[in-house]
Design a binder for this molecule. Structure first.
Ligand code: MRU
Length: 379
């Protein structure tokens, strides 16, 4: 059983508080869109698919509660307006991952169709929203399992030339069960390789400054008994050039893939793509189609979130010998007064990407060097 970041039963929503991982496994309840917004902003939940799902479900539980307490308007139009306003508010929590605004746009359209029906009521509009939000949770899991399957098959075919029996993969940030409704995207590919018994070892980077790799991915890999090794970000070049460790590919997730294939993902991804090209290794992006943003022409148009300086100047961890909440401490690691730049993401140019693994197959660059996503949006 993989870790479950999001628990939803139609009435209640709780999320695994990722700020406390890997030290404490504590679920916190989310009762409204406002609580959902704060959980996303403060990164209690993070990862492109997970933030979209939690945003939608946070509004679903708020609507359910209004309904139960007889406080929901009977007017379809008023409920539609309420949903629209709350969705717009939720999209202001984090700007880079497109999954959140994509989900808001689709949910808004779905609700609008329901509200237009001649017999629609406040309750029917809210129910249409809640059903669509719940479906996001189940669809994401299926999508990830398919991403895993396509990615593993692609790697088996395309790294065979290295003459290796087992495939060693490097990944960055956290793209697993904690960043999705389950299984994961890039980590899903690693999981699928492991199930097929062809994974040698998964290497994960620490992923400074927020340490999604050492805190979250390492935790998931150990939890799921996947052979794995943690490195600091600065060790990636040495790892890729190591003849003993023989890494064949880098697989990462994405927060937004532009129409030309330029990909925004966790800061440090671009550097890894440059390293992969230098070493002649495959560099793959694993992401559901909801992460591909055809409205954004290229990486230049992607808004990169900048986060507080304290995430760079301080580090959070557990004090040895202490238990539970008491163990968690934050310490300063940088000289007081230093100026800090903390972009949370960078953009990898499409030319450095060998393939984009989606739930309907792997998109490779065509003969002209460009990605053509039209095909995968036709079904
Ligand atoms: O800042 P985060 O932790 O939300 O960033 C997450 C990433 O960059 C992931 O690689 C991306 O969202 C894909 S998660 C399946």
């Amino acid at each position: 059983m993989t870790l479950q970041a999001i628990k939803y039963d139609g009435t209640q929503l709780s999320i695994l508080d990722q700020l406390q991982l890997p030290h404490n496994l504590e679920y916190i309840q989310i009762r409204s869109a406002e609580e959902g917004w704060h959980a996303i902003k403060e990164m209690k939940v993070r990862g492109a698919p997970a933030i979209a799902i939690v945003a939608a479900l946070s509004l679903a539980v708020e609507l359910k509660s209004l309904m139960t307490h007889g406080k929901l308007s009977t007017s379809a139009e008023e409920v539609q307006l309420l949903i629209r306003e709350k969705l717009h508010y939720l999209t202001t929590s984090r700007p880079t991952a497109v999954n959140l605004s994509d989900a808001a746009r689709k949910l808004e359209a779905h609700v609008s169709t329901e509200a237009k029906k001649s017999d629609s009521t406040g309750n029917s509009v809210a129910s249409a929203f809640m059903d669509a939000a719940a479906k996001m949770l189940t669809d994401d899991l299926t999508d990830n399992q398919n991403i895993g399957k396509y990615g593993a098959d692609w790697l088996i075919q395309n790294t065979a030339g290295t003459g290796q029996q087992e495939i060693n993969v490097l990944t960055h940030c956290n793209t697993g069960s904690l960043a999705t409704s389950g299984y994961g995207t890039a980590l899903g590919v690693i999981r699928a390789l492991h199930s097929k018994k062809v994974l040698g070892r998964a290497y994960c980077t620490e992923t400074r400054p927020y340490n999604q790799g050492s805190r979250l991915t390492a935790f998931e890999l150990v939890h799921d008994n996947i052979p794995s090794t943690l490195i600091t970000d600065s060790m990636a070049a040495a790892l890729l050039s190591s003849k003993e460790r023989r890494v064949s590919a880098i697989v990462v997730g994405a927060d937004r893939v532009a129409a030309n294939g330029d990909t925004a993902n966790k800061i440090g991804t671009y550097g890894l793509a440059v390293l992969a090209r230098h070493h002649g290794l495959k560099f793959l992006v694993a992401a559901p189609r909801t992460t591909i943003d055809l409205q954004t022409k290229s990486g230049e148009d992607i808004i990169i979130e900048e986060r507080p300086a304290a995430e760079v100047t301080r580090i959070k961890g557990a004090r040895e010998g202490y238990e539970g909440n008491d163990s968690i401490a934050t310490i300063r690691v940088a000289a007081p007064g230093i100026d800090v730049w903390n972009p949370a993401f960078d953009v990898t140019p499409s030319a450095l990407i060998d393939g984009i693994i989606t739930e309907v197959g792997v998109v490779e660059r065509g003969a002209d060097g460009s990605f053509d996503f039209e095909r995968i949006f036709q079904n």
